[in-house]
Ligand binder design. Structure first.
Ligand SMILES: [Zn+2]
Length: 65
C-alpha cells in the first residue's frame, strides 16, 4: 500500500546504526538528508535519501517491516 500524499524515507537508527526505520515526510529528501528525525515507531533516526523498504532484511518491524 502506498499513499499519494506522503512519502516514507529510510532512516538509520542512531543507536544500532543498522536498523532501517520508516520516516514519514512531506519535505524533499535533500532537505532531510543526515538530519535527525522521528521514525514511525518513535525511534530517532538519521534520514537518508533512500526510499523506505518495509521488506528489507534490516527493516524495523515496528515501522511496518
Ligand atoms: Zn522503526
Amino acid at each position: 500500500m502506498t499513499s499519494a500524499t506522503s512519502t516514507h524515507l529510510a532512516g538509520t537508527c542512531r543507536a544500532t546504526g543498522s536498523t532501517q526505520h520508516a520516516v514519514e515526510t512531506h519535505r524533499p529528501a535533500e532537505e532531510l538528508d543526515g538530519a535527525p528525525e522521528l521514525a514511525v515507531c518513535g525511534a530517532v533516526v538519521r534520514v537518508g535519501s533512500a526510499a523506505w523498504d518495509g521488506g528489507a532484511d534490516d527493516a524495523c518491524p515496528a515501522c511496518g517491516g
